[in-house]
Design a protein. Structure first.
Length: 97
C-alpha cells in the first residue's frame, strides 16, 4: 500500500508544530518550493545540508522502443531532476529500520 504525502499534510504538520495559522504555513511551504525551483533552474544544483542534493541533468534524444508493439520512437532531449541523498539522511533511514 502506498501513502502519498500531500501539501495539505505538510501544512497541517507545520501548523501543529509551529502554531502558525494554516495560511501562513501554506505560504511558507509555497515560498520554500518556489525558492528551491528557482535556484535549481538558475544554478542547476541545490544542496540542502543533512538532506541531499537536487541536480538538473540534460538527457540527449535517443531511440526508444515500445516493448509490447516493438514500435520504435524518438525520445526527445530533455532536462531531468535527480536527487542524491546525503550520508546523514541515508544513515538516519538505516538506523530507524
Amino acid at each position: 500500500m502506498r501513502i502519498n504525502l500531500t501539501k495539505k499534510d505538510i501544512i497541517n504538520s507545520l501548523h501543529m508544530q509551529l502554531g502558525f495559522s494554516k495560511k501562513i504555513c501554506e505560504n511558507l511551504l509555497e515560498d520554500f518550493l518556489t525558492i528551491l525551483l528557482d535556484e535549481l533552474i538558475i544554478k542547476k544544483k541545490v544542496k540542502i545540508p543533512k538532506f541531499g542534493t537536487f541536480l538538473i541533468r540534460h538527457k540527449n534524444s535517443r531511440v526508444g522502443r515500445n516493448p509490447k508493439t516493438l514500435e520504435k520512437k524518438i525520445i526527445s532531449d530533455r532536462n531531468v531532476i535527480l536527487f542524491k541523498a546525503s550520508k546523514d539522511l541515508k544513515s538516519y533511514i538505516n538506523i530507524n529500520d
